[in-house]
Each structure stands twice: as C-alpha cells, then as structure tokens.
Design a protein around this ligand. Structure first.
Ligand code: ADP
Ligand code: MG
Length: 727
C-alpha cells in the first residue's frame, strides 16, 4: 500500500498549477480560481486549460495539458463531471501527482455519480492523488494558495490546520478564528473523499512541521478504523480539536444481539474521544475559543485556576462556570493568603479563590502584585482575570475619577503579559461585551484592540465566564491525556493465534448461522476467557451421564440454531441437584420447545457446571458503521436493555481503555464492593476485556457478540452464556 501521505504536499506547496476548465468567461469557476490566486499573491506558475478560447486574465489558454511546456504540480479541475475521467488520464500522462476535483454532481446525486467516482478512482489509484470531487480544495498561506472564494483570507501563515469536508463551513470557522488571532498553516476541503479522506489528512498534518494544532469539522468519517488508529497512535503529540456534528444522525440498525440494539452512533464517537487525546467541541463558539486558546497555549495547561474578579457576582458566576467545566479553583497556599491580606487590608472583599477585588479598576501596582502572588502559588496552574477593566475609557464611564489616568492605558495592558512571561504560567482574560449605548461602537473598537494585544502576546481572551472555562477545560484535558504513556500506541500481532484456526473451523461448519453456546464458548476458551464448559447431550441418558461426570449442581440448556434467547422459551434449567432433576429438566425443556418453538431443529441440550452466584455482567461487541468493532461492558442480566448501564470502546483496547470502561459504568460502586457485599475482581475483568478485544481483532468475520452473563467474583470471573454472530 502506498504511503497515505504520498504527494500530499503537492496540494499545499505547488510550484505550478494547471486550471482545467478556465474559460474566457470570467464568471466560470476556473477563471474565478485564477483570479483568487492572483489576488492572494500566488507566486508559482499558472496555466489555463480549455477546449476553446485564447486568453483569460492575461494567461494564454492551452487546449490540452500535454501542450503545457513545463512540469505541473497540481491540477485544479472544474469541468462537467462526465469529462473528468478523461482529464485524470491526461494528468497521469503528464506526470501530474495531485488534482483537486472541484466539480460537484457525483455520489451526492445518486447511482450514476457513484459509478463515475468508481471509474475515476480506478484510473487514479496509485498514480495520482485526488482531492474531492465536490470540494473547495486547499488553502495554504505558506504555499501562496487559497480557494475560489478565499482571496481575502489572511496571507500570513500560522500553525493551525483545518480539516473539513465542507468548504462553506470552513469559511465560517476560518473567518471567526482569524479575528481571534489564529493563523492557518493548511486547510483542505476534501468533499466526497473518493481518495484523500480525513485519515490521510490527519496522518499528513501530524507529521507536518508547519502545523502545531489540528482542527476539524466532521459529520462522519470515511475510514473510521484508520482515523481512530492515527488519532490514538499520535495522541498527545499535537492538539486535535474536532467539532463533530450530526450526532443524532443514523438510527439504530436492526440487530439480533443485546449489544447491537443498545449501541448508538454517539457511543462510538464518545469512545473515540475517550480513547484518544482528541478534543470534542460542539459548536462554532467552542471551536473558536478552544482553537484560540491552544494558539496561545499549545501545550495545554493544568486544571487548577486562580480567579480574579472585579466584583462579587463575577466571582460566583466564574466559580459556577469553572465547576461545570470540570476545572477547579483550589485554595491558595497559606503564604499566598497571608500576603493577600497584606495587599488588601481591611477590605470587605473575598481574598480566597475566587478573589473578589471589590472594584473593576485596581491600580497598576495592585494588579501587578496580585497577579504575581497568584503566579507564584504552586497550587495554581492558570490565572483567569475577569472584569478588570483594561480600558481606561471604560473605567471612566463606570467610575469617573477613580479610573486610572489615560496615559497609563498601555502600562496597564502590559501587566498580565509581563507576569505571564516572568512565571511562564498561562493567563487568560475575560472581556465581556456589555455595552449597547451610543458609545458602544467606539468602545468596541478599543476592546478589540485590547483583545488583539493580549492574543498577540499569548494571552487568550474570552467573551464570557462559560466560554472561558469551556475552552480552558479542553486545554486541561489535553494536557492530562497527553501525559507520558497515557494513551499507548497499539501494534498488531505478527502471527494469528490458535484461536483463529478454531474460529475458521467453526465458521466453515456452521456457514453463516449464529454460533451456538458450545461453539461460542470453545472460541472464548481458546482466547483464554474463563467459561463454564458445556457438554452436548443428545438424549436423556447422555444428559444424565454428562451431569454425573461434571458433578452436581448442573445447568441444562437447549441447543438449537433457531433458539438464541434460550430462557425466553423455558430452555434453561439451573441448579439441578441430582439425576431425578436432570430427567425432569430434560423433559421440561423438550416440552417447552415443542410448545413455544415448534419446528426448531434440536441438536440436543448442553450440560454445564452451575456457577456460584456473583455479580452478573455483560460483555458484548457490535460493529459501528464508521469505526468498526466496538466493545461493550456493563451490568448484565435480563434488564440490560432497560437499564443500559454500559460503556463502549473501539477495538483494539489498550489496558487503559479496559480500566476506564469499567470505571465508567454507574454500577462501578457495586463492583468495588458495597455495604459489606463482596465486590468483583476488577483486574481480572480488565484482562478479560483485553482478551476479548484480541478475539474480535483477529476474527473480522464476527458481526456481533453477547456474553451475557459473565459472573464476577471477588476472585476471578466466568462466562456462563455466549453467543457469536458471524457476518
Ligand atoms: P439466555 O440468555 O439464552 O436466555 P443463559 O445461558 O444466559 O440463556 O441463561 C439464563 C440465565 O441462567 C443466566 O442469565 C444466568 O443467570 C443463569 N445461568 C445460565 N448458565 C448458568 C451457569 N452455568 N451457572 C449459573 N447460572 C447460569
Ligand atoms: Mg444469556
């Protein structure tokens, strides 16, 4: 397989671009693209290609790509869909390695479009990389290129990248972020993603020296397994901020397992976010704030905030917002508290964290001393300043003569910057928009200048307490998840295990039917999962001798390919203490089957040891349409679909994933042991989940699995029922 990042740099730093479909009509997209590149200051060579016309915007129009006398790095194709296959062939002949297919009208319009896409990919595979179709293509200030409607975007290169299928939404995101001091390294709108998709781009940007922060708007992923693998294996390397939209999307698919019917699209994405260091944002505000915050503080920050407010209510609001976001406002050290009292003698204000300094215009000396104290405190990771009026003009309006003198404006702004640089501890500022009277426009201009000053000095500025803490908690989460070894890379095994051979054997024998309990448990056992081993008995006598062999008490269950939920039809008899009970159970089961599942093919009954009572859990697996196999863990038994106390992780699991998915369920306290009741051997369950993950990874033919229940004890656990459903 070719390297996924093959030729991707051609899209961002092309030395020459051929615009296929640039006609003399200046309103054609081809012509508009050339105009946008000229306006943006593209320095490379431009060639216009069209089947007629002589000149466009001063460029000679060539009839064919092969007529161009030079080497071409990138083709931008904007011609009707039906002609694109031919043009891609011409591109390959001309040795062009990268093409943006701008044209729409492919798979998004129906079957014919799908077929066209397939045809084009068939031609392109391995020879040329394609972005699109139905896309805006790349924007890269460093390479001097932008997209059709992006001529007024900033030409100044930055270190944030954006991945988004939709070009239109990207305009909103980039437009907003530019105003918050964010500059971009690279952006790609990749449309229908017939070749280059989000996984290729993520992989490429992870290696890209121009990019420190990766942001993305996503409705879905084309190659979820690869996207997951790249995100996880690069976790902690760069912040990856993902605005995932459309969580309410695809409805549940019909399913014959509990696991399949419980899992939803949200579960897979939530698993994705808990298994990688990727940061989930849910709207444009959070996207902008988080990006702007990382732009100032790329390494993230700790979660303990010191908070300064120029007023009491602001302290309370800030404390709420902090708590809701998952950040903390810790107590200061005794020395800090002592010094604070010296700094604010005899005031009625609160000098504990959050600190209310009583009025919004402290003197420069006081502000400096306060921020200095907080920065020096070891209990503090970040300082958040709220409603300290950094605008002297504004101070005037609110309090007239107590405002600092006009000439101190710049000195006031320099205080937080100086302290941040001295202590290397991040500072964030909340400058709220709260002016609507006639002076508001003039003041807004000043507010923006102040904000820009802070942004350009590495201090993020937010519009509200809620928005500030939402963004800062994303920084804190990244920092915490990025710690050494937190998210280990998962590497594949060299050779398949013995379990794989057994699985293939059983699959051959059963065709595509659901594996029965005996077959399913045979496979589980091969992967080291503890089970109550069933023996097949085809008659009452065989049942009796199996029971004698195993020793009482035993459990008897129906074995039939048509009966998957055995106890629903009376096909399970537990706690059989002797031969008489075994006989009765056998007859009872046969009678029940006749009544409730007439016509079912009966292979016999299974006899197995009765397991001791313990905590009944469920472990399951289902396939997410985007991310592939997903493992489920939770409280088991017949109420599993009602209580839905379960957690999900994408396969393969790391040790950390196994740990955290157990901790995530509400019943975790039960597992720890509750009011004298024995708990569960959690370490053993973690190991079981990892073995289960291994089983799933090695056998891609499995569609769903239910192990319900697994009975957990103080020492160990055992699977007493199992059902494997092949695809
Ligand atoms: P199904 O889920 O198809 O109805 P199970 O095999 O899960 O059938 O059996 C139903 C219930 O019987 C289980 O939830 C469990 O409580 C109990 N059970 C089954 N097998 C055993 C066993 N070997 N030891 C103890 N209890 C068992
Ligand atoms: Mg069961």
């Amino acid at each position: 397989m070719p390297d996924s990042s093959m030729y991707l740099d051609h899209f961002f730093h092309p030395e020459s671009i051929a615009v296929v479909g640039a006609s003399e009509n200046s309103l054609s997209y081809g012509a508009r693209y050339i105009q946008a590149l000229i306006d943006f200051g593209y320095k490379g060579k431009l060639y216009a290609i069209n089947h007629n016309g002589d000149n466009i915007l001063g460029y000679k129009i060539f009839r064919k790509l092969s007529d161009v006398p030079d080497k071409i790095d990138l083709a931008f194709v904007s011609i009707p869909a039906g002609f694109i296959a031919d043009i891609i062939r011409e591109c390959i002949e001309k040795d062009i390695k990268a093409a943006v297919v701008f044209t729409a009208g492919f798979s998004e319009t129906g079957e014919h479009g799908c077929a066209l896409e397939k045809e084009i990919m068939g031609i392109a595979a391995g020879k040329i990389r394609l972005m699109g179709p139905n896309c805006f293509g790349p924007y890269c200030p460093g390479g001097g290129i932008t997209f059709v409607t992006g001529s007024s975007f900033s030409c100044e290169p930055g270190s944030t990248a954006l991945i988004a299928q939709s070009g239109q939404l990207a305009e909103c995101i980039i437009g907003r972020a530019l105003g918050e001091g964010v500059r971009y390294s690279k952006f790609a709108s990749y449309g229908n993603a017939i070749d280059i998709n989000e996984a290729d781009l993520l992989d490429f940007l992870m290696q890209d020296d121009e990019t420190r922060i990766i942001t993305s708007y996503m409705e879905g992923v084309k190659d979820g397994s690869r996207f997951f693998e790249i995100a996880r294996n690069n976790s902690g390397k760069k912040p990856v901020i993902i605005w995932k939209a459309g969580l309410t999307g695809i409805g549940a698919v019909a399913s014959s397992s509990h696991t399949g019917s419980i899992a939803g699209t949200n579960d897979a994405w939530n698993a994705f976010f808990s298994q990688t260091s990727a940061i989930k944002v849910t709207d444009l505000d959070e996207m902008t704030d988080t990006t702007a915050a990382f732009n100032c503080i790329p390494e993230g920050c700790g979660s303990r905030a010191a908070y300064v407010s120029g007023g009491g209510a602001g302290a309370v609001i800030g404390a709420d917002a902090c708590e809701i976001s998952g950040m903390q406002m810790p107590a200061f050290s005794p020395e800090t508290e002592e010094r604070l009292r010296e700094l604010f003698p005899g005031t009625g204000t609160s000098l504990r964290n959050p600190v209310d300094i009583g009025n919004p215009h402290p003197s420069i000396e006081l502000l400096e001393a306060l921020l200095e104290l907080m920065s020096a405190d070891e209990n503090v990771d970040i300082i958040v300043v709220r409603r300290v009026l950094f605008s002297v003009k504004l101070s005037r309006i609110f309090s007239g003569s107590t405002a600092p003198p006009e000439e101190q404006q710049q000195t006031l702004l320099e205080v937080p910057v100086r302290i941040k640089n001295k202590y290397k501890k991040p500072v964030a500022i909340i400058l709220s928009e709260d002016l609507t009277d006639v002076k508001s426009l003039e003041l807004e201009k000043e507010r923006r200048e102040i904000r820009d000053y802070f942004f350009s000095n590495g201090i993020p500025v937010f519009l509200s307490e809620q928005r500030a803490f939402r963004a800062l908690s994303n920084l804190a989460r990244f920092r915490q998840r990025a710690g050494a070894g937190n998210i280990p890379a998962i590497t594949g095994k060299d050779k398949p295990s013995e379990g794989r051979e057994v699985f293939i054997e059983i699959l051959k024998n059963t065709g595509s039917k659901i594996f029965n309990e005996i077959q399913s448990k045979t496979i589980l056992k091969k992967y080291g999962i503890n089970v109550t081993e069933p023996m097949l008995a085809k008659s009452e006598n065989e049942a009796l001798s199996a029971a004698e062999k195993l020793g009482y008490p035993v459990v008897m269950k129906i074995v039939s390919p048509q009966i998957t939920h055995k106890s629903d039809i009376g096909g399970v008899k537990t706690d059989l203490q002797g031969s008489e009970q075994v006989k009765n159970a056998y007859n009872g089961i046969m009678k029940a089957v006749k009544e409730k599942a007439a016509g079912a093919f009966i292979e016999g009954v299974s006899i197995q040891k009765m397991a001791e009572p313990g905590i009944e859990l469920v472990i399951g697996m289902t396939r997410d349409p985007q991310f592939g196999p997903m493992l489920m863990f939770g409280l088991g038994g017949t109420l599993v679909e009602v209580l839905k106390d379960v957690s999900f992780r994408i396969v393969p699991l790391s040790g950390e994933d196994a740990k955290s998915m157990i901790k995530q369920v509400k019943s975790y306290r039960l597992l720890e042991g509750y009011r004298g009741r024995p708990g569960a051997d959690i370490e053993n369950l973690e190991k079981m989940l990892l073995k289960f993950s291994e089983l799933i990874k090695e056998n891609p033919e499995i569609k769903e699995i239910d192990i319900n229940p697994v009975i957990a004890y103080k020492d160990g656990a055992v699977a007493v029922d199992a059902r494997i459903i092949p695809d």
